[in-house]
Ligand binder design. Structure first.
Ligand code: ADP
Ligand code: MG
Length: 138
């Protein structure tokens, strides 16, 4: 069993895709074990994406991530990290495989609907960024 963090980003919430994203994860056998709605301040978005602080898109990305409410969630299942990444599709929707969330719904490489942790260490950091132990089912 593995846990990962996913987020429906502001564009996904704005497009009424919260249920669609969760449905795709659940259909793949993943369990939602924590879920909330949040509206990040700029500093909170910067903290979440700290690994990208040297990238040219950092300011734009963190401004986008606090432009509206988001829905962070913890998903649990076998190979949860890879499953979520496969369901999301490539970062740039132009490169995303047919049937992935980003191919079906994303407008751009930045406004790409959904986040998913990319490795066990980042998953642990990202889950802890949004949820404390009492907020995650056990
Ligand atoms: P992923 O979300 O697929 O793991 P990254 O970790 O590389 O992608 O980037 C984090 C987020 O930053 C992306 O999901 C996207 O919203 C944004 N982003 C990535 N690359 C670019 C880019 N070249 N221009 C603008 N935004 C970008
Ligand atoms: Mg990433």
């Amino acid at each position: 069993m593995q846990r990962t963090l996913s987020i429906v980003k502001p564009d996904g919430v704005n497009k009424n895709l919260i249920g669609e994203v969760i449905k795709r994860f659940e259909n793949a056998g993943l369990k939602v074990v924590a879920l909330k709605m949040a509206h990040l301040a700029k500093k909170q978005a910067e903290g979440f994406y700290a690994v990208h602080r040297q990238r040219p898109f950092f300011d734009s990305l963190t401004t986008f991530m606090c432009s509206g409410p988001i829905v962070p969630m913890v998903l649990e299942g076998k190979d949860a990290i890879k499953k979520v990444r496969d369901i999301m599709g490539a970062t740039n929707p132009k490169d995303a495989a047919p049937g992935t969330i980003r191919k079906d719904f994303a407008d751009s490489i930045e406004s790409n609907i959904v986040h998913g942790s990319d490795a066990p260490d980042t998953a642990a950091f990202e889950i802890g960024y949004f949820f404390n132990a009492t907020e995650i089912l056990r």
